[in-house]
Design a protein around this ligand. Structure first.
Ligand SMILES: *Cc1c(COP(=O)(O)O)cnc(C)c1O
Length: 239
């Protein structure tokens, strides 16, 4: 086994162990929480190695990087998640590889994704990204729609051809009332999810928690955690 494969295997074991322990502590079944490995800034070779180690869900946050990487791994059976802020003019490109767009945060983006999905004759899963640091009517500093606007956007996604409303995603905010309070932030997301599921019972995915706060997310009820550095190592700083 190469050094890199051994390193990734060790890290994956540790992260899977953390998820299992968090499930145990929360009285949840391990199978309820899915690991999505965020491979941004790391090469396709690492994605290939992760696949050999049993990873089936990977995430990227920039289309320019994700497109070529997904193409280089097209022979592997992987679910590609898009988790970054997305310009509408990238919707067509993202539909070339993404199975799940976790960062849907405005009606115009939903419309662009729908048009691209129809054009490709396929469906794409969508999560509404919720900004817990945004006031009503605003968007979050790192993308996302204010909690008060989730319902309307969810209805728009659910009513769009080619789009499947799967649930919600959030990134714990760095500012505002939830700064430094991951547990409270994720519990708030779960409340918003309950309300969403009253109208859209199939929208059960809750994507929350990263390397530093996956335990809080599992405790609150997340179904998907998005883990980058704890699996792949510290990312080189961008530009
Ligand atoms: C990079 C990223 C992650 C992973 O963060 P780590 O701290 O590396 O685990 C999760 N979610 C989103 C939206 C990201 O951009």
């Amino acid at each position: 086994m190469s050094d890199r494969k051994a390193e990734l295997a060790r890290n994956l074991d540790a992260v899977r162990g953390r998820i299992a322990a968090a499930c145990e502590a929360a009285g949840r079944d391990h199978g309820e929480v899915h690991l999505v490995v965020v491979t941004k800034t790391y090469p396709a070779e690492d994605v290939r190695t992760l696949h050999e180690l049993g990873v089936r869900d990977v995430a990227e946050n920039r289309d320019q990087e994700a497109g070529p990487k997904a193409a280089a791994c097209a022979d592997l059976s992987l679910n590609w998640h898009f988790v970054g802020q997305l310009q509408t003019n990238k919707a067509r490109s993202v539909l070339g590889y993404a199975d799940e767009v976790q960062s849907v945060d405005r009606p115009r983006l939903a419309a662009a994704l729908s048009a691209a999905a129809v054009r490709r004759g396929r469906d794409v899963g969508c999560l509404i990204q919720v900004a817990l640091d945004a006031e009503s009517g605003e968007r979050g500093a790192r993308g996302g729609v204010a909690p008060g606007a989730v319902g309307e956007l969810a209805d728009a996604v659910a009513g769009s051809e080619g789009l499947r409303l799967d649930g919600l995603m959030t990134v714990a905010p760095l500012a505002g009332p939830y700064a430094g309070r991951q547990r409270a932030a994720f519990e708030r997301l779960m409340e918003i999810s309950s309300r969403l599921r009253a109208d859209h019972p199939a929208a059960t995915m809750v994507s929350a928690g990263m390397s530093a706060d996956l335990e809080e997310a599992v405790q609150a009820g997340a179904t998907h955690v998005r883990v980058g550095t704890a699996v792949l190592g510290d990312r080189p700083r961008l530009g």
